[in-house]
Every structure is written in C-alpha cells, then in structure tokens.
Design a binder for this molecule. Structure first.
Ligand SMILES: Cc1ncc(COP(=O)(O)O)c(C=O)c1O
Length: 446
C-alpha cells in the first residue's frame, strides 16, 4: 500500500475495470439482483460508454483502492457518509475497542451502555428541549420511525411530500419518493396512497411567497387529511436543490397552523456536511422531528429520529410491548462508531471547515468551468455541491471519463443532470485543484 494512501492523488494503472474487477463483475452479474446489471447496460446504451463498475478493496481518508491496485479520489464520500474520510482512525479504534467488549446487546430490552451514551449525546445535540431519540440502522428506518411518530401525534393519515424528494426505499418512505415515480410505481398497490406532492422550490427561481402558495395548493387539492409534512432542507439526490431562504420556517408555520407535524429529513445534510449540525434550523426554523443517518456512524449503519418529548410521548404505552423495535437497533458497535464520529465532527471543527471550504470550492468550480457551454450552474451549501449540466447523458459520460482518470463521482437529479460533489470535508485543496483540472479537460471532450 502506498504510504500516502488516504490522501493521495489518483493513480490508475490499468484500463478500467481491471482484470480482477472484471472477474468479480462476472460473479456479480451472475449473483446480484439482475436489475442492477441491467441498469449498467442501460446506462451504457444511453451514453455510448461502458459503465462496468470497479470493485473496491480498501477505503481510507479520501482514497479508494480497487482490487486491481488502482487508486481513486472519492468525491462521493461513499454516498455522503464519510464526512471525515473513510476509516477515520478514531472510528476504527472505537469499533475495535467495542468489538472486544460487546458486539451485540439486547436492544430496547437490556441495552448496552454505549447505546445509552449515544442517546444522551444526540438528545443534547438536538435543537429541541428535552429531546427523545429512536435509533435505526438506515436512513429509511429513521423516516419510518418519524412517519409513525407523526401519525401517533396527529392521528391524521395524509402526508405532504415534495417532488424531487428522496427519503429511502422501504415501504413507508417509498410512498413519499418524489424523486422518481418509477421507484414507486411497481409497488404502488402496497404503498400508502394519501400522499400529496408539492413542487420543491429553487433559490433564485421561485419566490418564498410562490413556494408557500404552491404548498397550500397541493395541500388543499389533495383532499387528504394531512397530518405530516416531510421535507429535505436541501434536496440531495434530487439534484442539490436549495430552496429560497426562509422556506423551511414558513413551511413549518403553515403546517403548525394546520395542526400538522413537520419531519425534516437531514439524513444527507445533517451533522456537518452543509456547515451546520442541522441545516433546517439555520434560519430559526424548528421542525418537529429530525432524521439523521449517513455521517452519524462514520461508515457504520446507524440512524436516528429525534423529536421533543412532547411529540415522542405520542407513542404512549399502546400494548405494554415495544411496538417499534428491531434486533439490531442500537447496535453497540454502530453506537460506539457514532460517538467517535460526533467527537471528530466537534474536535476537527468539520462544520466550520465545510462552510468555508464549500464556498471556496464552489467559487473555483464557477471560475474554471464557466466557459463550458454545457455547464448550467454550480450550486450547493458547504460540501454538498452540484454542477448542473445540460443533459444527463453528458453527466454520465463525464462521470465515466473522470473515473478513468481516478475521480469517483455520482450523478444526482432525476435525469442525472447534476454532477454531485460531496467528498470528505477534509479533502485538501491540492486534490480539489486536480478535480477541477480533470473536469475542465473531460468537459471539453464529453
Ligand atoms: C435525504 C435522504 N433521506 C433518506 C435517505 C435514505 O437513506 P438510506 O439509504 O440509508 O436508507 C437518503 C439516502 O440517500 C437521503 O439522501
């Protein structure tokens, strides 16, 4: 392993995918759900370039090593998770120490000490007074818990969500998937059908008044008894879409006037990435329920649904049994990793760093890429950045060309029209310069 692995520039030794990756891809194609292989073939057809995956072997800091010895810079931070880089030493230590003490415990019956420590830590971090927490293993779990909490609190079954919104794909959140109807359609008969979708407004395009008027319209046209509003403070997978200033606050006011509960989905934005612990409380807004995930576990699967005691007590004691639990909720190793992760965010000032670096990276991208006619906009907050191009095909071709230069990137937006840039907040400016140079070159040819 190269001594600088963790913070080194890309190093690509073979045409991609390399021989070992190729062998593994054959096994993948023969064993994984066929829709994923088909998706890659469809992308290849759509863009005229192949989309065979490379296969990860190691991940540390900002780097990924594939099974053929190629080194990449990970501009995705593994779906936005690794805000402090992959395998941060403090997270690795916490996992190791915890694995020597207790790998598994008895969840909500006889919990581990580390789970209780994490609950206290999250309750203290929450903007609500006397906050209470339900842990989960995925972002979708946190949204499920939030939807149930809101239902118990309001006793009203209708939900208002947003076009372009993404909240996970288990049945509860899937019903609210405004990102793509294609995700919902095959399962619609099993999904909650009292979901109204409002347009998600864009900063610089929609005024706050128009945005709220559209929400009112979607609400009244639905005919549903809406008790829950679910919103991302910035749509991430939907294309790094920022709403006009004050939108969350106005939305919450409207919802509260109507007796509804607001769930802010901070699974992508929360903890540090956008420069705040909670993006949705920035302008004085206070959503009733906050969901976090991704960055929380430093790479381990853990999420949380957080609300005030007043909201959470709606759970009451319906049958004397815990009616919302799972074998692995509050898993000790994930909790230990989460505690380490929260320490890293504080100790390494990742919020301040994200805010400052994000502005500089955006300014550089604008300066260096503006001359490409295909670049529509560079936007984002903190280290959640999107470059909108003139077509999804171009973005996908660009992503492949960048991969071949050792830069790992993902698309966002329903048509893949946005290049998503969400690396570790600790990424160096030297790596950022290399990214921008490579983008400039590849945009000339893609
Ligand atoms: C805003 C948001 N909510 C929820 C989810 C779902 O999280 P998970 O994939 O961990 O279920 C995601 C995942 O990308 C997300 O970006």
């Amino acid at each position: 392993m190269h001594p600088d692995f963790g913070n080194m520039p890309p190093s690509i030794r073979s045409p991609l995918p390399g021989t070992k990756s190729r062998e593994l891809i054959e096994t993948l194609a023969a064993t994984e759900c066929p829709s994923l292989t088909t998706r890659r073939a469809r992308r290849a057809e759509r863009t005229g370039v192949q989309h065979d995956p490379i296969v990860w072997a190691n991940a540390k800091g900002i780097n990924v090593l594939d099974v053929d010895g190629n080194v990449y810079v990970d501009w995705t931070a593994g779906f936005g998770v690794a805000v402090a880089g992959h395998a941060h030493p403090s997270v690795v230590d916490a996992i190791q120490e915890q694995s020597e003490r207790a790998i598994h415990a008895l969840g909500d019956v006889y919990p581990s000490d580390v789970k209780i420590e994490l609950l206290a830590r999250l309750a203290a971090l929450a903007p609500h007074e006397d906050a209470r927490v339900i842990l989960g293993q995925s972002g979708a779990d946190a949204i499920e818990a939030a939807l149930k909490t809101a239902m118990l609190k309001t006793k009203r079954s209708g939900v208002l969500a947003f076009r372009g919104g993404y909240h996970g794909l288990s049945h509860g959140p899937l019903a609210l998937c405004g990102y793509s109807a294609a995700f919902r359609d095959p399962f619609q008969a099993q999904l909650h059908d009292e979901v109204a979708f409002a347009p998600y407004p864009r900063e610089g395009v929609d005024s706050l008044n128009d945005a709220i008027a559209q929400v009112r319209a979607a609400w009244s046209e639905s005919g549903f008894d809406i008790g829950t509003v679910v919103v991302e403070p910035i749509q991430a997978r939907g294309g790094i879409v920022i709403p006009p200033a004050g939108f969350l606050k106005a939305l919450i006011e409207l919802a509260h006037e109507r007796g509804a509960v607001v769930i802010a989905d901070e699974i992508y934005t929360g903890l540090a990435r956008t420069g705040a612990a909670f993006e949705s409380v920035r302008d004085g807004a206070l959503p009733d329920i906050l969901c976090i995930g991704k960055a929380l576990g430093g790479g381990m699967p853990i999420s949380a649904c957080i609300a005030s005691y007043d909201v959470m007590r709606a759970w009451g004691d319906p049958t004397g049994e815990a009616i919302h639990t799972a074998t692995f909720f509050g898993h000790p190793i994930a909790c230990a990793a989460a505690l380490a992760s929260l320490d890293i965010i504080d100790d390494e000032n990742l919020r301040e760093l994200a805010a400052d670096k994000g502005e500089r990276v955006k300014a550089l991208l604008r300066k260096r890429l503006a001359h490409h006619a295909s670049v529509r906009e560079v936007r984002g907050r903190g280290m959640l950045i999107g470059v909108e191009l003139d077509s999804g095909e171009r973005t996908l071709r660009l992503i492949r060309a960048m991969l071949e230069r050792g830069h790992l990137l993902l698309p966002a937006g329903a048509k893949a029209e946005v290049l998503s840039i969400t690396p570790s907040i600790k990424i160096s400016y030297a790596r950022v310069d290399e990214l921008v140079d490579a983008l400039d070159e590849c945009l000339t040819t893609s």
